[in-house]
Design a protein around this ligand. Structure first.
Ligand code: BG6
Length: 470
């Protein structure tokens, strides 16, 4: 592995910060999502209601404890940390004339703390944090108005953090916009601010959301490169490959189409052109995309520098149509074990996906998320023996290494998801833990909030120390 390979982790604002009403922050879409459970989905409210828990309000209090947390990351030897910026800390309503200085100051302090520890900050502009005002006023990302507002928000940060931040990502997982997947309901809201079941014409709305976000990404990449040509600006995608159940030709074809359906935005961002087949497909379905003549040029000039890959699981395309079993569609793979949340554990799938994307686009990758959500037990002496997590990460990092050293995939770094326990995006639980650092909070947000090192803490430290040779 190259010596400048980035090792670290990724967190997101709405899952970690808390302090939802502090520092001049506005209300975001995620501040209106309740806590769910493994079996009960989170509710999405139009306004806050008594008697509900909204996990983003408290998170793990990274807003106040970031120095302590970064100190622990530094102790593990992190050379990179990916954070997201909450749009509502910078522009509380999304369309305010001036940015909120307190918000800018907070993130600048976080970045300065990282730099003081020799940790490269990687900034995601949008990890599902959307000002609620933009949903009410403009119908979220269905409106092109958001493209310019997002550009202004990104410009503010590019300028403020220029010279301190090199790596940026425009969006997180905006590719999960498949109306047929089990996860469509909450992803549509997380990405666009709109409830899937309330969309009058879901196909039309989703196509426009996908278009607008891809365009916003291109415009921000172009702008960032103008501000500082040294910036490395990518976009983060969640890719969960599907394998065919058998080699039956119809299954192979379906499998190809299943795998392709969430890639067209990546095509635009990597190749600089909206794929013709997709535009034709839209028009054949009666979908009319609002576009402008200058868009083509923006797409062309706003291609990304690297692909951020979030990888958790794979699934299977069945021979015959069956009800979806896996989180992102398809059925489960009989050769794989499932996590306690039903996510198939497939380390080879990471090598497979890295090869697939690298050979398709020949752009450097960065593993921006990967990890195991599991229930941990805090044992006497504040110890967590999370050997299952070590096993999971060990297998995945080993497969990543093979992709790099045996298949020659260019990869900039490996960032584990939630290096410190945080709120689960899909369920809102604290008990779905990913961290090397245990946070003493329960699903109701109750507890001391104290941080304890798990067994995996020293293990990951050793991986980083040896640059993955051990
Ligand atoms: C990714 C998201 O899809 O999966 C993260 O980018 C999320 O925000 C992660 O937390 C793991 O999912 P979950 O539901 O286990 O938190």
């Amino acid at each position: 592995m190259k010596t400048d390979f980035l090792w670290g982790g990724s967190i997101a604002a709405h899952q970690s910060e808390g302090g939802w009403d502090q520092g001049g922050k506005g209300i975001s879409n995620m501040d209106l999502v309740t806590k769910g459970t493994r079996d009960t989905p989170r509710e999405i409210h139009k306004e806050l209601k008594e008697g509900f828990i909204y996990p983003s309000h408290t998170g793990i209090d990274f807003y106040h404890r970031y120095k302590e947390d970064i100190q622990l990351f530094a102790e593990m030897g992190f050379t990179a940390l990916r954070i997201s910026i909450d749009w509502t800390r910078i522009f509380p309503n999304g369309d305010d004339p001036e940015p909120n200085e307190q918000g800018l100051n907070f993130y600048e302090n976080v970045v300065d703390t990282l730099l003081a520890h020799g940790i490269e900050p990687i900034i995601t502009f949008f990890h599902f944090e959307l000002p609620a005002n933009l949903i009410e006023k403009y119908q979220g990302w269905t409106s092109r108005k958001l493209v310019a507002l997002f550009e202004k928000y990104a410009k503010t940060l590019f300028e403020r953090l220029n010279g301190k931040v090199t790596y940026w990502a425009t969006f997180n997982e905006i590719n999960h916009l498949d109306p047929n997947s089990k996860a469509a309901e909450f992803f549509t809201y997380y990405i666009s601010g709109l409830k899937f079941e309330e969309l009058e014409n879901p196909k039309q709305a989703i196509a426009q959301i996908a278009y607008n976000t891809a365009l916003a990404s291109a415009k921000v990449v172009k702008l960032g490169h103008q501000i500082n040509p040294e910036f490395k600006i990518g976009c983060v995608f969640g890719i969960n490959p599907q394998y065919p159940e058998t080699c039956k030709p119809e299954t192979m074809l379906n499998n190809l189409l299943e795998n392709e359906k969430e890639l067209y935005q990546m095509d635009v961002m990597c190749r600089g052109k909206f794929p013709q087949y997709k535009l034709k497909e839209f028009s054949a379905q009666g979908i009319v995309i609002e576009q402008q003549e200058t868009d083509a040029k923006d797409f062309q000039q706003g291609t990304i520098d690297y692909i951020g890959l979030n990888y958790y699981m794979s699934s299977v395309t069945p021979n015959e149509q069956k009800e979806n079993e896996a989180f992102f569609g398809g059925i489960q793979n009989q050769y794989l074990e499932l996590s306690d949340w039903g996510w198939a554990i497939d380390s080879v799938g990471l090598r497979y996906t890295m090869n697939w994307l690298y050979r398709r686009y020949q752009l450097p990758l960065m593993i921006t998320e990967n990890g195991l959500g599991a229930e941990d037990v805090l044992e006497p002496g504040n110890i967590v023996n999370d050997d299952y997590r070590i096993d999971y990460l060990n297998l995945h990092i080993s497969e990543m290494k093979k992709a790099i050293t045996e298949d020659y995939v260019e990869c900039l770094g490996y960032l584990s998801w939630g290096p410190i326990d945080l709120v689960s995006a899909s369920t809102g639980e604290m008990s779905k833990r990913y961290g090397f650092i245990y946070v003493d909070l329960d699903d109701e947000g109750k507890g001391t909030g104290n941080r304890y090192k798990k067994k995996s803490f020293d293990w990951y430290k050793r991986v980083i120390e040896t640059n993955g040779t051990e």
